[in-house]
Ligand binder design. Structure first.
Ligand code: SF4
Length: 237
C-alpha cells in the first residue's frame, strides 16, 4: 500500500458517510487492488449490487469451505448470472483439509473450540489471508447491530498485521435497511433467509433461530456468544 493510514483518513473526509459514498470512494481509490468479500448473505448481496452499479468490473471474492449450503451455491450462481460478473472462488489447501479430517474426523468442530478454530483456520482464514495478499483494501458487510462482538465496527479500519484497509460501508445499517434495499432493488438473496437463517455460514455450523434470539445465535450455537467469531474479522473490524 502506497498511502499511509493518515493519508487515507484525510482523503476519506467526514462528509462521506453514506454506504454508497464510502463504496464509491473506496472503489475509485483502490481500483483492482480492492475486493468485495462475499459469503452471499443479505449484507453481501446488497454490497455486490451497489458495487457493480459503481464499477461493473469490481473484484468479488468468496471462500468456498467445501461445507456450504446448497442454497448458498444457488445464490452464488444467481448473482453471477444476474450481474454477468466473475466471482473469484478461494478454496482451502486440500492436503491440510485431508490431514485435519483424517486426524480429527469430518465433523471435528463440534468436539472443542480448538478443533472448531482449526477447521475455520484451514477452510477460511488461510484462504482469506492468501487472497488479501493480492489487495490493498477489502470490503465487508459487517454491521454493528449484528452481534456483541461487532458493536465497535467502523466504516474504515486498518489491519496492521496484514497491512490492509478494511471497508465496512453498511456498518451503521439496521436489518430493515438491508431488507428494504434488497426488495427495492430486486437483489437475489439466499433462500435460507426465508427459513429463519439471518446469518449464514457453513451448513454444519449454522442453524435457524427463534424470533427471540440474537441474529447470530444460529452460528456455532454450542459456543460462548462473546467469543464465537470464526477469526475472519478478529484482527480488525
Ligand atoms: S464454520 Fe464450521 S465447517 Fe465452516 S470452517 Fe468453521 S468450523 Fe469448519
Amino acid at each position: 500500500m502506497h498511502r499511509t493510514v493518515k493519508d487515507i483518513q484525510k482523503a476519506f473526509s467526514s462528509d462521506r458517510t453514506t454506504a454508497d459514498d464510502t463504496l464509491r470512494w473506496a472503489l475509485g481509490t483502490f481500483g483492482d487492488r480492492i475486493g468485495i468479500a462475499s459469503s452471499f448473505g443479505a449484507e453481501d448481496v446488497v454490497l455486490i449490487d451497489m458495487a457493480v452499479k459503481i464499477n461493473p468490473a469490481v473484484r468479488i471474492f468468496t471462500l468456498d469451505t467445501g461445507r456450504l449450503h446448497q442454497e448458498t451455491y444457488d445464490v452464488m450462481d444467481k448473482i453471477r448470472e444476474r450481474y454477468s460478473i466473475n466471482i473469484e472462488v478461494c478454496f482451502p489447501d486440500k492436503h491440510k483439509v485431508q490431514e485435519m479430517v483424517e486426524e480429527h474426523g469430518v465433523n471435528s468442530f463440534y468436539q472443542s473450540p480448538e478443533l472448531r478454530r482449526l477447521c475455520c483456520g484451514v477452510r477460511k482464514i488461510e484462504p482469506l489471508l492468501a487472497k488479501l495478499k493480492e489487495l490493498d483494501a477489502w470490503v465487508c458487510g459487517l454491521r454493528q447491530e449484528q452481534a456483541v462482538t461487532r458493536t465497535d465496527i467502523k466504516k474504515i479500519a486498518f489491519d496492521p498485521l496484514n497491512n490492509i484497509l478494511k471497508i465496512n460501508p453498511i456498518d451503521d445499517w439496521t436489518e430493515s435497511d438491508v431488507w428494504d434495499y434488497i426488495r427495492e432493488n430486486n437483489v437475489p438473496y439466499n433462500a435460507l433467509h426465508d427459513r429463519d437463517y439471518p446469518s449464514i455460514g457453513c451448513a454444519p455450523c449454522t442453524r435457524a433461530i427463534q424470533s427471540t434470539e440474537d441474529i447470530r445465535a444460529g452460528r456455532w450455537w454450542w459456543e460462548d456468544p462473546a467469543k464465537k467469531e470464526c477469526g475472519l474479522h478478529g484482527r480488525t473490524k
